[in-house]
Ligand binder design. Structure first.
Ligand SMILES: [Fe+2]
Ligand SMILES: [Fe+2]
Length: 355
């Protein structure tokens, strides 16, 4: 095998050979049979898993093959059937990317060409992946256009996330959620997790914690109405796209008005992009006009956006992201940013300010 080839691990070499050749476009490939593995010793540029039915038993075989494979390359798993369990199994294997049908060559090539994610040296615990996947399933079923959102549904989701943070800790929660492909799901779950951890770090009472997590889960609900092509665009938005994106706070507010949500929840949805100096949107509110709950959510929201993995950017390190929050003097509430320090520190233990 030549250095830097694509190594394809498959349960059917006949099926995968054609796909791999088309995908590699003349570059070297090596096929490894899942049931009769002969592992090349040289490192590969990409590991591609093409297994028709990813089940616990096939995942166990894959794990065995992967432990004998030189690592360091991105691990891409083709999910022939997009179900939550398959995604969890792929993530537990250490997948840096999962891809669902249709597996047409231009789309697969574009996905593979995105910046590689450096695999975590430390695996994410299975329980964290499981609970994060369950939370994402919740979002996929309830945060959909034309389905009315009620306070009771949001309560169920926020209680679930608070329990998850208590069980897994914020660090594993972030590492698990960051592996999701869908940017909006990743973002909502990160903000909600950070808000729950912030509430717990602040020692808030149960009701206050619920309020914070609920607000976090809801804050970007208006993005349901932003086209996916804009939400998941693998690059910078142009002016028109940005204008559409910036309408999500008002759209979210309009969606929830009249559904018995508390006014403070509606305000978080509408105002979480406002800045203390009046430079935010949509209403250009200033200092005293921005309530505490919104200020807290804005800090969690910006921090989450910085540490997220996006198709066009690697996740920012925790310390650097926190330094950006600190640099936003006059725009963010400095007291809230200071109070947030332990939550950011919990994500990276060797956070400089805590060393
Ligand atoms: Fe937002
Ligand atoms: Fe957000």
């Amino acid at each position: 095998m030549q250095m830097g080839c694509m190594l394809v691990i498959t349960d059917d070499t006949g099926r995968s050979a054609g796909l791999a050749q088309d995908l590699a476009a003349g570059a070297p490939i090596a096929l490894v049979d899942l049931y009769d593995p002969s592992i090349p010793s040289e490192p590969a540029s990409t590991l591609l898993v093409d297994v028709l039915d990813l089940r616990p038993d096939t995942a166990a075989r894959l794990r065995h093959v992967l432990t004998r494979t030189p690592r360091g390359a991105p691990l891409v798993v083709l999910l022939h059937k997009d179900d939550p369990r398959g995604r969890m199994l792929a993530l537990a294997l250490g997948a840096t990317r999962t891809l669902c049908p249709p597996f047409d060559i231009p789309r697969l090539r574009a996905s593979l060409a995105r910046p590689a994610v450096v695999p975590d040296a430390e695996p994410v615990p299975w329980c964290a992946l499981q609970v994060a996947s369950q939370a994402r399933n919740f979002l996929t079923t309830v945060f959909v256009p034309d389905r009315p959102l009620t306070p009771a549904v949001v309560d169920t989701g926020s209680a679930f996330i608070e329990q998850a943070i208590q069980d897994t800790g914020i660090r594993d929660w972030i590492r698990a959620v960051r592996r999701f492909d869908d940017i909006t799901h990743q973002h909502c779950l990160l903000v909600a997790g950070l808000a729950a951890a912030f509430g717990q770090a602040l020692g808030l009472g149960e009701q206050e914690c619920h309020r914070l997590t609920r607000a976090a889960l809801l804050h970007d609900v208006g993005k349901i109405h932003v086209p996916t092509a804009i939400l998941n665009k693998p690059g910078k938005l142009d002016a028109n796209e940005m204008a559409v994106m910036k309408r999500h706070p008002e759209m979210g507010h309009a969606m929830l008005a009249g559904q018995s949500f508390q006014p403070e929840m509606l305000q978080v949805v509408r105002s979480h992009h406002e800045m203390l100096d009046g430079s935010g949107y949509p209403d250009k509110l200033k200092a005293a006009e921005i309530p505490d709950l919104v200020r807290v959510l804005t800090v969690c929201d910006i921090y989450a956006a910085l540490i997220e993995r996006r198709p066009y950017k690697a996740p920012m390190a925790s310390g650097k992201a926190f330094a950006i929050l600190e640099s936003m003097t006059g725009r963010l509430d400095a007291t809230v940013v200071d109070a947030f320090r332990p939550v950011a520190a919990a994500f990276i233990p060797r956070f400089p300010q805590d060393a």
